[in-house]
Design a protein around this ligand. Structure first.
Ligand SMILES: [Zn+2]
Length: 67
């Protein structure tokens, strides 16, 4: 299994971002993804998605090359 490189602090920061920007129906699944092993990994090529990109779009599923 591929575990991601984010620190706990970074995950906490992304969680705060999600809680402040998402509505209830989206928030549940988004938080589940955040704490799954493949969060922050591009679903197309498997590359890590930059933390800064996720800060502005915590739901991003693809890296800039694939989106
Ligand atoms: Zn990609």
């Amino acid at each position: 299994m591929h575990y991601h490189y984010f620190t706990l602090e970074q995950r906490a920061s992304l969680e705060r971002e999600m809680r402040s920007s998402l509505m209830d129906p989206e928030l549940g699944p988004a938080l589940e993804r955040l704490h799954s092993a493949d969060y922050g990994v591009c679903e197309a090529c498997g590359a890590d998605i930059a933390f800064r990109r996720l800060q502005t779009d915590p739901l991003a599923r693809r890296c800039p090359n694939c989106s």
